[in-house]
Structure formats: C-alpha cells, structure tokens
Write a protein that binds this ligand. Structure first.
Ligand code: C5P
Length: 403
C-alpha cells in the first residue's frame, strides 16, 4: 500500500469481514496492512472462514478479539454495534454465498447484521471458481451491490483451488487495502453540512403523464456518498433516482421543480455547501389537467403550453449566506471542448456559482452510465480542473476542490 493511502485517512475503525473460501488465508494480509497503516481493525469471521484460518492468527494480527457469533456480546448489542462504529467495512474474501446474502440484505449472521447496521462504505473482494463468478445469479448480485454503491475489488484471473485457472482469484491484499482506503478518502469534511440535489424532476401534464429528463441521479448520489464518507453531514434532495440513496445521509424526496426549489430553500439555510446536481426542468405545463387528457376521434394533435421554471441554482447563489459555497452542474451537447467551455464559462458567471461541473451529454453519452468525464470551472469561468472515471472518483475530485 502506498504511504499516501496510509496517511490520508487518519485512524479509522475498520471491520474486516472474512468468509469461507480458501482465499481466507490471504485475508490475514488485509488485516495486517490495515493495522500497519494505523487503523483499528475488528475481524468478523464466519464459521466457514475459521475452517480456513485460525482465530489466534487473526487476533494476533488484528490486535483485537475476533467476532463470529451473533449471540455473543448480546448485552452490548454487538450485532449492530460494530457496524455503527465502523468507518469502513472490507469483506475479503467475499464468497458467492456472501455476495448473494449481501445483495438480498440477509441478516442471519454477525457479518450480515454488521453490514446492515452500518452507513460506512463497503468494499468487497470476491473470490470463487470461474463458473460461480460468471453464473447469472452472481452477475446479477454484483450488479445490485454496485448500484448500491458497494466497491468491488477484483477478482483477478489466475490459479484457483485445484487445477483450475481463470477469473475468480481474490485480488492481492495490498491492492484491496489501497482501493478500500481510496474509497473512504480523507476524513476532511467532519463538521461540514452539505446539501446535494440529485436526479431529474418531472412536471405533470395530467395525473398519469409528465415531462421529464434522462438523469439517473448517479453523479449526485455519488457526491452525497463521498461527502458522507469524508465525514460531512449530508442532506440529499432526491428527484426520481434510478439508484438507491446512500446509507447515512438524510433524504428528502421531491418530484417537481417547485418541490425541489422549496426543499433546497429550506435546507440551504443550514448548509455550508450546496451542490445542485439535479437535472431540473426548465419548462413546465402552465396548466395541469385534473383528469387524464383524452385522444379525440378526429385525430387532432395536442398543443402544450409551457412556462419557465425558476432557476433554483441562480436563486440559491444570489441569496447565499456569507461563506456558503454553491456548486452547479452543466450538461451540454456542444461537440467540441472549446465550444463547451465557452458555453459553460458564460453559465458559471450568469448563475453566480463558485464551481461549475461541466459534462458533455448526447443521445448515447452522459446519462445513466457508471462513469463520467467532467471539466471544473470556477466562478469566473476559468478551467480549474478535470476529472474522469467512475462517478465515485469524480465525486471525490469535486470534493477535493471544495475542501
Ligand atoms: O441552465 P442549466 O439548466 O444548464 O443549468 C444547470 C444547472 O442549473 C444545474 O446545476 C441545475 O441543477 C440548475 N438548474 C436549476 N433550476 C433550473 C434549471 C437548472 O437550479 N430551473
């Protein structure tokens, strides 16, 4: 593990979950690397794990008692206490069975209750035979966990138990630890209050129809999760998210631009930083029909009259408290970078933001994808950075600039 990873995070309480696969012997290296990096490590091992690696080894390496049993320490409510205290949970190896249990939210053992009781980032390192890794059940479970914000490290390809070779080999302990600490990032936002909007608003035409947009909310959710992981207290104003809201943040659900505006105005009062990642409708129907609009027999079309919605971001920027920072997003269809930057720079100045996150969108770009590529402009419209990668790392880069 790099020194940067070890010094960045301060002393963390890390739960290392070990489940029953042959790679459990390598989990000793995960616990050891975390202890060496100065973290307080608590091992939760399943019964299966203890068939592969001994409790005394894990206790000596982690320097703490090893927990296995749901019915031990009941008086101190251990089944949830570990999860509540954890800053980070790393499960290595994660067997196909464990991955299925996590995807289903099962709480039948101490590791399951610990994960469910925790708002901490979860990092798992799968290890299993290739056929099990490639089975549609495992593929679907992994997709569920990813959508929930779980970081999946590996598996690598190589020698498996017996004669088999292929994908399914647990990543090396140093890589797992490095990735896990990178997920949590520095604990540099403790005491900060961050308000994030995410998703896309829908403006009703009648009780069954709306005008909406293709925003999935992934980038805003990643920002909320990253800010919470870095210690901020986060409120997420969520409009029609396609992904689950992260654990450990306060969620305010809204539907329309007007509801989003009201929620933002209310919560901005206490926020140090306001991030408007939501795709807000620019226009809405002037009148909403009380009942479903019917087709007529003469084949006539329908003319809709729309009015402008308020620019929520510009309003928040104009009324910002002293010291409060305002971040906006701009999703543009300009094909080349120069044109994109010109449009975005004008937008940054017009809206009065401190930071504008700009990305290109199109028919096949920018929406619903797990990755993003953005340019970051300051309030004068000058380019101050770029970020590219999965939406979690883009979120951390944005927060780095704010921190
Ligand atoms: O003007 P444009 O829609 O491109 O600006 C995008 C930014 O402005 C985003 O941060 C979005 O959340 C915000 N916005 C808003 N109110 C609107 C439209 C967009 O706050 N009515």
């Amino acid at each position: 593990m790099s020194d940067a990873a070890s010094t960045r995070s301060g002393r963390l309480t890390v739960v290392v979950g070990i489940t029953g696969g042959i790679a459990a012997y390598k989990a000793v290296g995960v616990a050891r690397a975390l202890v060496r990096a100065g973290h307080d490590v608590h091992v939760v091992a399943t019964d299966g794990a203890l068939r592969f690696v001994g409790r005394p080894t894990l206790e000596a390496i982690s320097r703490n008692p090893v927990h296995t049993d749901l019915y031990e320490g009941v008086a101190e409510v251990r089944h949830v206490a570990l999860g509540q205290r954890a800053d980070l949970i790393v499960i290595a190896p994660a067997t196909a069975h464990t991955i299925a249990s996590l995807a289903a939210g099962l709480a039948g053992d101490l590791l399951g209750t610990t994960v469910l009781a925790s708002a901490a980032p979860l990092v798992i390192a799968p290890a299993m035979h290739t056929e099990m890794w490639e089975h549609p059940a495992t593929v679907a479970n992994i997709a569920t966990l990813r959508a929930r914000g779980v970081t999946i490290v590996g598996p690598g390809s190589g020698a498996l138990t017996g004669e088999d070779v292929g994908p399914g080999r647990m990543s090396e302990p140093d890589e797992i630890v490095e990735r896990a600490l990178a997920v949590i990032g520095p604990h540099d936002l403790v005491g900060r209050r961050i308000l994030v909007s995410a998703g896309g608003t829908r403006e009703p035409l009648d009780p069954v129809r709306f005008i909406g947009n293709r925003s999935s909310g992934r980038q805003g959710v990643a920002l909320a999760a990253a800010a919470a992981a870095r210690g901020a207290s986060v409120t997420l104003v969520a409009a029609h998210l396609e992904v689950p809201a992260p654990a450990g943040v306060e969620v305010v659900t809204v539907g329309t631009a007007a509801e989003l505006e009201a929620a933002m105005a209310q919560h901005a009062a206490e926020a140090d930083t306001v991030i408007m990642a939501a795709a807000v409708a620019d226009f809405r129907p002037i009148a909403v029909a009380e009942s479903k609009i019917k087709k007529t027999d003469d084949g006539a079309g329908l003319r809709l009259e729309l009015e402008r919605t308020p620019d929520i971001l510009a309003g928040l920027a104009a009324r910002r408290r002293p010291g409060q920072r305002i971040v906006g997003f701009a999703a543009e269809t300009e094909p080349d970078d120069d044109a994109l930057l010109r449009v975005a720079a004008a937008k940054a100045r017009r809206k009065g933001v401190d930071l504008l996150v700009v990305n290109r969108v199109g028919w096949s770009e920018g929406f619903g994808t797990p990755t993003n590529a953005v340019m970051l402009l300051d309030g004068d419209g000058s380019l101050v950075g770029r970020a590219e990668g999965d939406k979690a790392s883009v979120a951390h880069r944005i927060l780095d600039l704010l921190a």
